[in-house]
Design a protein around this ligand. Structure first.
Ligand SMILES: NC(=O)c1ccc[n+]([C@@H]2O[C@H](COP(=O)([O-])OP(=O)(O)OC[C@H]3O[C@@H](n4cnc5c(N)ncnc54)[C@H](OP(=O)(O)O)[C@@H]3O)[C@@H](O)[C@H]2O)c1
Length: 329
């Protein structure tokens, strides 16, 4: 395959609103040792991309400054020391950055095959949410079959993925969302009870089921003390974002007397090895659920690469249900 020298890409011209996303010509990246070059078909759009655009989530020093944490497409070239992939393979991959472009490089160990029967459009939406959900809910949070699991933001990319994987693996799933329509979709995906948080109190709903063994939270703010109340004894709270802010007053006596665990993580700064281990787990435990039709991508909308700004307006409006993608080629 002959590769071009330059490609279309979207850059963050300066920190700011969606309008700072600009279409540019950029050099096609060259895969280094252990990396693959992907010709991107679709790129997933995630809330952290909007944070990066606003100047609140800097990429790690070695990552591309272009936005985009996940993509699907075909392997276009292999760097030195790559085993397991060949040029032309259909892949979806977690990226250190750079997904809003016609070509992107990533460690070969962070790519996964496109699940049998799935379109590239849907496959682009898998990596960021599956890696985040698996590492926080199962590796860090230790969710087991039969446990009560509460995930906030049930209609988000993360939420729709967490509801489906957790219920497929036997947990009782509770969730929160901001409208009756969002709650209906969450229950169709497998949630036992979706609480419209604008009308009802999630603490009461979850305590009526005996309390949550695990909570995955992206809201923070006043949800933090309410999450502590909603936890069962020995419960775990995993924090993955703070849409309502990270600071709060909390009585830690509850943590001690009820043996609670409060933890959290961000995916992007973790080591290549840690991400490769998550990929191995996903291939073993989650890809079979996708191929069996028990976990699917909930697709909200698709935009051309040149309209990345519109995609960011959509995700920041919170009007969406599920995932947003950019069509790149
Ligand atoms: N730690 C990590 O490694 C990691 C990785 C990926 C993503 N994340 C975080 O996980 C969250 C979900 O990501 P995503 O890409 O799935 O985003 P998303 O689809 O935009 O999800 C955010 C959802 O949260 C709900 N929400 C609840 N309270 C909110 C508030 N105060 N402000 C705005 N929205 C609020 C919104 O729905 P309703 O309010 O209508 O219910 C919205 O749809 C983001 O905060 C993201 O930064 C963390």
């Amino acid at each position: 395959m002959t590769l071009p020298k330059t490609m279309r890409a979207v850059e963050i011209s300066k920190p700011g609103g969606p309008e700072v996303l600009q279409l540019i010509e950029a050099p096609v990246p060259v895969p280094g040792p252990g990396q693959i070059l992907i010709e991107v078909a679709y790129a997933g759009v995630n809330r952290p991309d909007a944070l990066q655009r606003a100047g609140a989530y800097a990429p790690p020093p070695s990552a591309s400054p272009l936005p985009g944490l996940e993509a699907s497409g075909r392997v276009a070239a292999l760097g030195p020391d790559v085993a397991g992939w060949k040029v032309g393979d259909a892949v979806c991959a977690l990226l250190p950055g750079g997904g809003y472009a016609e070509y992107v490089v990533t460690p070969a160990a962070h790519a996964l095959p496109v699940p049998a029967g799935m379109e590239l459009r849907e496959a682009a939406c898998l990596p960021e949410t599956c890696y985040t959900v698996w590492s926080n809910v199962f590796q860090r949070g230790g969710l087991k079959a039969g446990e009560v699991f509460l995930v906030h933001g049930g209609s988000s990319g993360i939420g729709t993925t967490a509801i489906q994987i957790a219920s497929a693996l036997g947990a009782r799933v509770f969730t929160t969302a901001g409208s009756a329509e969002k709650c209906r979709v969450c229950e169709e995906l497998g949630a036992e009870h979706a609480v419209n948080y604008r009308e009802a109190d999630f603490v009461e709903a979850v305590r009526a089921a005996g309390g949550a063994d695990l909570i995955l939270d992206m809201v923070g703010g006043d949800y933090i003390p309410r999450n502590v109340k909603a936890l069962a004894d020995d419960g775990r709270l995993v924090q993955i974002a703070f849409l309502s802010g990270p600071k709060v007053e909390l009585n830690f006596a509850q943590v001690m007397t009820r043996r609670l665990t409060i933890t959290g993580s961000t995916l992007r700064p973790q080591s290549d090895l840690a991400k490769a281990r998550i990929a191995e787990d996903l291939r073993a435990h989650v890809w079979p659920l996708i191929e069996a039709g028990r976990v699917r991508v909930v697709m909200d909308s698709e935009y051309p690469l040149a309209e990345a700004a519109e995609a960011h307006r959509r995700i920041e409006s919170s009007g969406h249900i599920g995932k947003i993608v950019l069509k790149v080629s």
